[in-house]
Design a protein around this ligand. Structure first.
Ligand SMILES: Cc1cc2nc3c(=O)[nH]c(=O)nc-3n(C[C@H](O)[C@H](O)[C@H](O)COP(=O)(O)OP(=O)(O)OC[C@H]3O[C@@H](n4cnc5c(N)ncnc54)[C@H](O)[C@@H]3O)c2cc1C
Length: 381
C-alpha cells in the first residue's frame, strides 16, 4: 500500500531513502557487530536534514512537520536499519518530545534548537533496574535544597545513556506509588554527579546504544524542572502515547524490509525446478505478511492522524504499537523461514530484521502492557 499520500510525505520519504542508502546501508553491519552508535551519521547527516527535529516547530529550529511525515521517515530508516531507527525515535519523541510538550518558553528556546539540529543528542530516562513496566515504584529520587534539586539513583536501559548531551529524567519527588509524586528534570552532560554506567550487550538494535544513567548527588537548578513538580509521571504517560506511534512506525519499517527482501528472494530462489514463490506454502506466507503489514500500517496512520489533530489517542497508539510490533516479529520470523539456511546467515538482511524486531514488543511498554492500556480504555469507553 502507498503509505505516503501527501507531497510532504513523498518528499520526506525520498530524502530519508537517499540519506540511508548513501550513509547508512554501506556500514550498518559493521556498526551492528561492533555495537557502535553512529554518532556522526546522526549528528552530521540526520540532524542537518531535519530528521532529529521532525516534530519541532520551525521557530525552535525544527522541521515543523507532523506525525504522518514522522511515520514516513521512521519507516524508511527502519526498512534498512532498526537500530538507527530506534535512536531517531528515542531522540525525537521521548527526549525532544518531552521538552516540546512540557517545557516553558525559556526551556524550549534553550534546548530545542540544539536537539532539533542534531548538535545535541537526547536521552529520556524512566526505567530503573527494578521498575520497568511498574514505573510508579521508581526509587530514583530528587530532594530540594535551596534553589537546587539533588538527584540520586540509577536509570537503566536508556537509549543514548552514554553519548547523549542531555537527559530528561523522571524521578521521585514524593511518596512511593503516588502518581503525583514524580517530576521531570533536564540534566545536561557535564553536570557533576551525572554518570554513564554499564552498556548493554544486546541481541538486536545493537547500533543503538543502551546504557545505565547514574545520578550521584547530581545538583540541578530549579530552572531545569519541566512543568510542575509532581507532574512527571502524567507527563511521561503522555510522552509515551506519542512515542508508541514511533515504535509502531519503526516496526512497520522492519516488517516492510523483511517483506520486500522475502518477495524478491522467493522469486529468485529455485527449488524443484521453479521459484519457491510458486509453492503455495511460500505464496501464502507472502499473502499473510502483506495483509498483516497493511493492517498494521492503517492502525499506525490512524493513531498518527489523531495525534496530529490533537485528539486523545492513548488507545489508538497502544493498538498500533501492540499490533505493528507483533506483526514485525512474526513477519521477520517468516522472512528467515523463506530464506531457509541463507536467512540464518549474516550474508542476507533478514537475520538482522529478526534480531532487531524483538525490541519492538518490549520498548516503550511491552505488548502485555499495551493490552492493559487498551483494555482500560475500551472498558472506560
Ligand atoms: C533496547 C532498549 C531500549 C530502551 N530504551 C529506553 C529508554 O530510552 N528509556 C527508558 O526509560 N527505558 C528504555 N527501555 C526500557 C523499556 O521501556 C523496558 O524494558 C520495558 O518497559 C519493560 O520493562 P522491563 O524490561 O523491566 O520488564 P518487566 O516490567 O520486568 O516485564 C517482564 C515481563 O512481565 C510482563 N509484565 C509486567 N507487568 C505486567 C502486568 N501488570 N501484566 C502482565 N504482564 C506484565 C511484561 O510484559 C514482560 O513480559 C529500553 C529497553 C530496551 C530493551
Amino acid at each position: 500500500m502507498d503509505l505516503n499520500t501527501t507531497e510532504n510525505q513523498r518528499m520526506v520519504a525520498q530524502m530519508t531513502r537517499d540519506l540511508v542508502e548513501k550513509h547508512l546501508r554501506p556500514r550498518l553491519m559493521e556498526w551492528d557487530e561492533s555495537q557502535e552508535l553512529p554518532i556522526e551519521l546522526l549528528k552530521e547527516k540526520f540532524g542537518p536534514s531535519g530528521l532529529l527535529g521532525m516534530l519541532v516547530p520551525q521557530e525552535y529550529g525544527g522541521a515543523g512537520l507532523g506525525y504522518a511525515e514522522y511515520v514516513t521517515a521512521l519507516v524508511e530508516v527502519g526498512r534498512v536499519c532498526g537500530s538507527v531507527g530506534l535512536s531517531v525515535a528515542a531522540h525525537n519523541s521521548l527526549c525532544t518530545g518531552h521538552i516540546l510538550q512540557f517545557g516553558n518558553e525559556e526551556q524550549k528556546r534553550k534546548w530545542l534548537p540544539k536537539l532539533a539540529s542534531g548538535q545535541w543528542l537526547g536521552a529520556w530516562a524512566l526505567t530503573e533496574p527494578n521498575t520497568g513496566s511498574d514505573a510508579m515504584r521508581m526509587k530514583c529520587t530528587a530532594r530540594k535544597e535551596g534553589n537546587e534539586w539533588i538527584l540520586n539513583g540509577t536509570k537503566c536501559w536508556i537509549t543514548h545513556g552514554i553519548s547523549s548531551d542531555v537527559v530528561v529524567a523522571i524521578v521521585r519527588t514524593g511518596e512511593l506509588l503516588d502518581s503525583n509524586g514524580m517530576t521531570a528534570f533536564v540534566i545536561e552532560r557535564g553536570t557533576p554527579g551525572l554518570k554513564a554506567g554499564k552498556k548493554e550487550n544486546k541481541l538486536g538494535m545493537r547500533a543503538s546504544e543502551t546504557a545505565e544513567v547514574i545520578f550521584e548527588d547530581c545538583r540541578i537548578p530549579e530552572a531545569n524542572v519541566l512543568g510542575q513538580v509532581g507532574d512527571g509521571f502524567k507527563q511521561a504517560m503522555k510522552v509515551l502515547d506519542g512515542g508508541r506511534i514511533s515504535i509502531a512506525a519503526l516496526s512497520l519499517g522492519i516488517a516492510y524490509g523483511a517483506y520486500d527482501a522475502s518477495v524478491k528472494y522467493a522469486q529468485e530462489r529455485e527449488q524443484f525446478g521453479k521459484p519457491i514463490a510458486h509453492f503455495q506454502a511460500i505464496g501464502f506466507k507472502l499473502a499473510d505478511m502483506a495483509t498483516r503489514i497493511e493492517a498494521a500500517t492503517l492502525l499506525t496512520l490512524q493513531a498518527a492522524d489523531r495525534k496530529n489533530k490533537g485528539l486523545k489517542m492513548t488507545k489508538e497508539s497502544a493498538m498500533a504499537k501492540y499490533y505493528a510490533s507483533e506483526v514485525c516479529v512474526w513477519a521477520s520470523n517468516e522472512a528467515v523461514q523463506i530464506f531457509g539456511g541463507y536467512g540464518y546467515t549474516k550474508d542476507f538482511p533478514v537475520e538482522k530484521f529478526y534480531r532487531d524486531s524483538k525490541l519492538c514488543t518490549i520498548g516503550e511498554g511491552t505488548s502485555e502492557i499495551q493490552k492493559l492500556v487498551i483494555s482500560r480504555e475500551v472498558l472506560r469507553d
